[in-house]
Ligand binder design. Sequence first.
Ligand code: MN
Length: 197
Amino acid sequence: MHELPKLPYDDTALDPVISADTLRFHHGKHHQTYVNTLNSLLEGEEKLASLSLEDLIREIANDDSRGKMFNQAAQVWNHTFYWNSMKPNGGGKPTGALKDRIDADFGGYDEFRDAFKQAATGQFGSGWAWLIVDGGKLKVTNTANAHTPVEDGKTALLTIDVWEHAYYLDYQNRRPDYVDAFLDKLVNWEFAEKNLG
Ligand code: MN
């Protein structure tokens, strides 16, 4: 059985950048429903049910007959990663090892910020934007719907959910304003650095 993890902060903690209403619906309804649906799809699937979430995602990523299960599993993983990618009073420039890596691989924080904002605003429809490690280098990428760097064995450092349910109550159609707020006020660089390993 997979479980909905608790939010790493109080549901009012990101207000007003992300309101308590958004967090309650997004975590308590959307994320919870992905967990519940995944568990119901795993009933009677002893082998798949025994796998960790990451192993399950990789196991079924290329199996068209498991598309519905893949979507639930990947969304469960992506949302947990997204909650941890944010913190109250976060955002702005990273320091330490991550600053050095961003300077080396993007040419500086401003170049990283532009690339991340472009990936997040340029994802057509629902999806995610990511900072990942790919072949030893930091890269920005985006994925559609439930897709996740986990399925390709890439190391994710940070993500933003750009499904409309992530921002519509607070920003309506203004996705670029939500992305700016995420970058300037919410990013949890300590989490991202921990994922560097
Ligand atoms: Mn979401």
